[in-house]
Write a protein that binds this ligand. Structure first.
Ligand code: ACO
Length: 468
C-alpha cells in the first residue's frame, strides 16, 4: 500500500517494536469489563475515573501506553492503513471490503465540495478570525448543505451550488466600503417539523458523518488559504484525503512523503477515548441535537490549550526556549514558578504516549536539513530529557501527542495557526463514530454539582445596597 514511502513505514515499525518491547499490551480488567448499571467507580474532579458509557470504538491503556481502534493497534494502522480506511473502521466497526472502500471514497470525493458553506464562510473576515472559531462556524454552516431528507437519499442538493457569478447568489451583497459584507436576509419559509428521534436513523447519521469527515478538511483548508491572503481551491477528486487536505491548503500537490506524513498524523489523532472534546460532542448529541452541532462543540472544546490547542503552544514554547538559549534553566524556572510545560502530561497516559512514539522519529526524519525546524527539534529533544528526568518517575509525565506534532506540521510548511484545526480534521472521525454509537443507547447526560452555597438570604432592593 505504501511502496513509495517505505522509509516512513520503517520508522513506524521501529517505534512499534520499541513500544512492544518496553510495555506489555495487556488490557486493564476494570476498563474492559461490561458495565452493569449503576456502576461503582471512584470519581475525581473533572469526572476523572467516571464511567459514562460502554464503547467498542477505541481503547486507551494509560498505564501501558497502548492505543487501539476497533481492536487494531494504532501502530499497525499507521504502518499499513490509510486515514480513509481508519475512518471507515471507526464508523462501521470493521475494515471495508474493496467494494465498500471504493464506495466510501467516492462519497468522500462528493462531500469534499462545500460550495454553499464556503460561499457563506467567505462572507466573514476569516483572515482576522481565530482559525478554530472559523472552523466551528463552518462546521455548523455545513448543516445547510445537506438537509435531513438529502441524508436519507444520500444526495447533496447539487442544483443549489452557488457559482462565482455574484448575480446568482440568492442573498444580495451590498459592498458599501465596509470591511464586512452586508446582507439583505431572505425571509425564511415555514419548515417541516422533524421527527424527534431523527438522530437514531442510522443511514442519516452515517451520511452526516461521511459529510463531516470529508468537509472539515475542505473548510480548514479554505480558512488556511484565506489567512494566507489567497482564495480557496477546489479539491482534486484524484487525491487521497490527506493529499487533498495538503493540496487545498498549499495549492501544491504534495510529494508521496508529505502525503504519507499527513496521513499518519491524521490516523494518530483520529480517536482517543472519552477525551474532553469527544465528551463535549457526546453531551450535545445526547440531547438529540444533531451530529453537526455535536462536532461543532467538539471543535470548541478542542480549542483550549489544555487539549488540542497545546500543539500550537508547543511550537511557540520551543521558539521561546531557543531564544532563551538554556533548556535546563528554562524548564527549571518554569516548573519552580508552577508553570506547565506544553506537550507533556496526560490525564490517562501515565506512560509514554504511543502517538508521540511515532511522531518523534517522524519529526527527526523530516527536520534534517530544515534550517528553521532542526534547531527547534534539538531543543525539543533536550526538553524531553529534562522534563522526563524531573517529572517522569514520580509524576509519570512524558511527552504527549502534541509535543512533536507541531514540528512535523512545521516541516510540511503549515502555519502554527492551523495545527489545532488539523487535529479537528482528524478527530472528527472519532467524534462521529462515538456519537453514532452513543445514540444507539442514548441517555441524556446530566451529572450533578454539589451545591455548597448559602441558603435563606434576604433580597435587598438595589437602592438599599451599600456602595451606590
Ligand atoms: N508540566 C508540568 N507539570 C505538569 C504538567 C506539565 N505539562 N502536566 C501535569 N503536571 C503536574 C501538575 O502540576 C500536577 O502536579 P502536582 O500533583 O504537584 O500538583 C501533576 O502533574 C498532575 O497534574 P494534573 O493537572 O492533575 O493532571 P491532569 O490529568 O488534570 O492534566 C493535562 C492533564 C491537562 C494534559 C496536563 O498534563 C497539562 O496541562 N499538560 C500541558 C498541556 C498539554 O500538553 N495538553 C495536551 C494534552 S494531550 C491532548 O489533549 C491531545
Amino acid at each position: 500500500m505504501h511502496e513509495k514511502t517505505q522509509s516512513i513505514t520503517k520508522l513506524i515499525l521501529k517505534a512499534a517494536e520499541r513500544a512492544r518491547r518496553e510495555t506489555s499490551a495487556e488490557p486493564e480488567p476494570d476498563q474492559i469489563a461490561r458495565v452493569r448499571w449503576p456502576v461503582a467507580c471512584t470519581v475525581g474532579p473533572g469526572l476523572e475515573g467516571a464511567i459514562a458509557c460502554e464503547s467498542k470504538v477505541g481503547y486507551v491503556n494509560g498505564s501501558k501506553g497502548w492505543l487501539v481502534y476497533r481492536g487494531y493497534d494504532v501502530f499497525d494502522l499507521c504502518a499499513h492503513s490509510t486515514y480513509e480506511e481508519v475512518c471507515y473502521l471507526l464508523l462501521h466497526g470493521e475494515l471495508p471490503s474493496p467494494d465498500e472502500f471504493k464506495a466510501f471514497k467516492e462519497k468522500l470525493v462528493d462531500y469534499r465540495y462545500l460550495n454553499q458553506t464556503l460561499r457563506l464562510l467567505m462572507s466573514f473576515p476569516l483572515e482576522e478570525m481565530n482559525a478554530m472559531a472559523a472552523l466551528r462556524m463552518g462546521t455548523n454552516q455545513m448543516r445547510q448543505e445537506f438537509s435531513y431528507i438529502d441524508h436519507r437519499t444520500g444526495h447533496p442538493p447539487k442544483m443549489d451550488v452557488i457559482g462565482s457569478d455574484e448575480d446568482s447568489i440568492p442573498m444580495e451583497t451590498q459592498p458599501k466600503g465596509e470591511r464586512r459584507a452586508i446582507y439583505e436576509f431572505k425571509k425564511r419559509g415555514r419548515r417541516k417539523r422533524m421527527r424527534m428521534n431523527r438522530q437514531l436513523d442510522d443511514a442519516a447519521g452515517l451520511q452526516a458523518a461521511y459529510h463531516l469527515i470529508a468537509g472539515l478538511a475542505t473548510i480548514a483548508a479554505a480558512i488556511s488559504r484565506v489567512q494566507q491572503g489567497k482564495l480557496p481551491i477546489d479539491p482534486d477528486p484524484g487525491l487521497s484525503h490527506a493529499a487533498n487536505f495538503l493540496y487545498m491548503m498549499t495549492g501544491r500537490r504534495p510529494t508521496p512523503q508529505e502525503e504519507r506524513v499527513m496521513d499518519v498524523a491524521l490516523i494518530l489523532y483520529a480517536d482517543h477515548g472519552m477525551n474532553a472534546s469527544t465528551f463535549a460532542a457526546l453531551v450535545v448529541a445526547s440531547t438529540l441535537s444533531d451530529v453537526y452541532f455535536s462536532v461543532g462543540s467538539g471543535v470548541a472544546a478542542l480549542n483550549g490549550p489544555l487539549h488540542g490547542g497545546a500543539n500550537q503552544q508547543v511550537l511557540y514554547m520551543l521558539e521561546e526556549v531557543l531564544e532563551h538559549g538554556d533548556v535546563k534553566d528554562w524548564v527549571g524556572q518554569t516548573l519552580s514558578n508552577g508553570g506547565r510545560v506544553m506537550g507533556f502530561g496526560h490525564r490517562v497516559y501515565k506512560a509514554y504516549d504511543p502517538r508521540a512514539r511515532v511522531l518523534a522519529p517522524l519529526a527527526a526524519h523530516l527536520v534534517r536539513g530544515n534550517r528553521e525546524m532542526e534547531p527547534l527539534f534539538k531543543v525539543a529533544r533536550q526538553m524531553e530529557k529534562e522534563v522526563v528526568s524531573r517529572l517522569g518517575r514520580d509524576k509519570k509525565i512524558f511527552p504527549n501527542v502534541d509535543f512533536y506534532s507541531g514540528l512535523v506540521y512545521g516541516c510540511l510548511g503549515i502555519d502554527p495557526e492551523m495545527f489545532t484545526p488539523i487535529f479537528a480534521v482528524s478527530r472528527v472521525a472519532g467524534w462521529t463514530a462515538r456519537v453514532l454509537e452513543y445514540l444507539q443507547n442514548n441517555r441524556i447526560f446530566r451529572p450533578r454539582a454539589r451545591y455548597i452555597g448559602e441558603f435563606g438570604k434576604r433580597y435587598v432592593p438595589l437602592e438599599d445596597r451599600a456602595g451606590g
